[in-house]
Ligand binder design. Structure first.
Ligand code: ATP
Length: 244
């Protein structure tokens, strides 16, 4: 058992009359790739944004490597990276310039920054296209650049909202392998949300099923399949959300 990377306890968030999160609790251990799955509007993005210190909970608390996200947000920001679902990169910069620009936000030595950009360039797999402006990139290429950006400083925790949404099979395959290899090589803990059950089963050591802001079930993909007597996670998902 590793150290807890994330502890979410009784987390609630309301937007007016909408209960986006309803006393949600789960724990992610260090080094895990942990997946949040649930139907549209289940509260996945809200949960990820609270953990990433972007919005505050209505009640409950979250700790990231022991730091409370509400009380110590700058400590949390130092050790995480967050990739929003609809993230864009600066379109007039080249891919290479974008990575250099983003690395410039970190107060680390020039050598560390240069090494991070080099590493990001490698894991993006974009090769010579890094010299071209981002506005000439396909959606898949942009996503690869953004994933490389999110991982390049070896955060202790990478929070990835729908990392492969809208990508074709080839780009999605590449992005999943980047996440899997990088997390393992550098002991990066990953929390991701996804609608792709194949992806979740491939990548995640454990999964939380969320519906209407509540946790319906948690476990390894194998455990969930046995619990719901299902042959794949898609069936688990359907069973769990219909029984709720
Ligand atoms: P999806 O799979 O469609 O991305 P999700 O699981 O990420 O959905 P959230 O985006 O967290 O779901 O939304 C949960 C609920 O909270 C939804 O009913 C949504 O409309 C609502 N919600 C989220 N953000 C806001 C906001 N800023 N203002 C009002 N309501 C919001």
């Amino acid at each position: 058992m590793g150290q807890n990377a994330i502890e979410v306890r009784n987390l609630a968030k309301t937007f007016g009359d909408i209960k986006a999160l309803d006393r949600l609790s789960f724990t992610v251990e260090q080094g895990e790739i942990y997946g949040l799955i649930g139907p549209n509007g289940a509260g996945k993005t809200t949960c990820l944004r609270i953990i990433a210190t972007l919005i505050k909970p209505t009640s409950g608390w979250v700790k990231v490597f022991g730091f409370n996200v509400e009380e110590e947000p700058s400590e949390v920001r130092r050790i995480i990276s967050y990739l929003p679902e609809e993230a864009g990169a600066y379109k007039n910069l080249s891919g290479q310039e974008y990575l250099e620009f983003m690395a410039g936000f970190y107060s680390v030595s020039k050598e560390t920054r240069e090494a991070a950009v080099k590493e990001a360039a490698r894991i993006s797999g974009l090769g010579a296209r890094l010299k071209d402006r981002v506005k000439t990139y396909s959606k898949g290429m942009t996503r690869r650049l953004l994933i490389a950006r999110a991982l390049m400083m070896k955060p202790k925790l990478a929070i990835l909202d729908e990392p492969t949404s809208g990508l074709d099979v080839v780009h999605a395959f590449h992005v999943r392998h980047i996440i899997q290899n990088y997390a393992k090589e550098h002991n990066v803990t990953v929390l991701l949300s996804s609608h792709n059950m194949l992806e979740v089963e491939f990548l995640c050591s454990r999964v939380a099923l969320i519906n209407e802001g509540k946790l319906l079930g948690e476990g390894t993909p194998q455990e969930l399949k046995s619990r719901y007597k299902a042959s794949n996670l898609e069936e688990v998902f359907m069973e769990a959300t219909m029984l709720d």
